[in-house]
Design a protein. Sequence first.
Length: 433
Amino acid sequence: MSATKVVQFLRPGAECSATGGDLKRGLEPRVLMLNPSFSAPGYMHNLCKALVDAGCEVELFTGPAFGRASRCWREITYTPRIAFYRRTQLPTYRAGRLTRPVWLCLRLAGHLTSLARLTASLGRYDVLHLHFPPALPVDARWLQWIRDQIPIVHTVHNLWPHGSRRNARDRQRLRRLYHACHHLIAHTKDTVRGLIEEFGVPPERISRIPHGNFRQFWNQERASVPALDGAAEHTPIILMFGELRPSKRADVLLRAAATLRDRGLVFRVVLAGAPFATIERYRGLARELDIEDRVMFHLHYIEEQQVPSYFEAASVVALPYRAIDQSGVAIAAITMGRAIVATRIAGLAELVEQGDCGLLVPVDDVESLAAALERLLTDGGLRRRFEANARRYAETALAWEPIAERTIDAYRNAGAAIRRFVTSDFAPTQHTE
């Protein structure tokens, strides 16, 4: 579907002919993009921009984190609206252990108020596209309440969101959320399978659409990282990037680094990202393993304009994760043409195998991780082949133009479920693969 062949949307109050082909109001679909916390900023920016390029009108309803992330982006063609957490989002991030519960309560109260205001304006849009619902019990009920007013599409970035306990209560809440939506988008085969087998979502209500590249890295304004400037020229860097959660197994990487040290390799490990466990846990393990001189800790939020610099400095990107559906860090590494060592799980295995851009190892296997890292650090020819393959895969398989087209197809399928769309000369399509 080209940008000029966009499905015609029937907005509230619009009239159509008996054949359903003529509309009395505009043709561009108006998208209410909803991501209250502005999670996955690079992904959201590129998706909104690609949809605008394909002929959509996109308004992104989000929080103040948008302003922090967007400062380095050269072109914003969609309309951002800071409708959530105006006074609570950033203070919540900075709050200490004692004050954080208070800020979270204030944030929830504001979330409810913002949803109420949003409900009153739903008639202005043709589809609601949801990402990362932050208050699952509230958001699932809200979607059930509004589902007869507007087609709802939800991108399931993780079948089980970060922090979920995976117990019966979480399962019930997620099932309510997934079944309240008219159509779901999943990035990987494993997520599609989980939606069908674990939550009973009919396959025809799911589209598998890949996570696109981070093309903004190629031309965005960037800031250097003084601690890394010139470091890779002298010492190879193994980078572990992003939110440092226990499931990402930084401890396995540190133990693999100790093995590499014992084998006489010269390298540095860089751990960069906001920690979701005490920092001392990682520093203490580095001391215990006697590799403090090999590890650089950048355990804080990494500003968007600095992100490309970390990947440019990296020789290898390590993802020793235990559980994840799809990884934005892996997408960033591929976008920047970096070789990957990752565990053989879900979307990571799918990405590395299809892109032929790295090596896969078993989960929690220190020896295998060390061997794979050693191979890429010592075999320059193999590493360069993976780097070239990574960039090529990012530019082709993860290009945003086809992703936007398939996303609009998902909007059509959602609209067909409640008879809110009118198609021109083709029926709703399905991409489950």
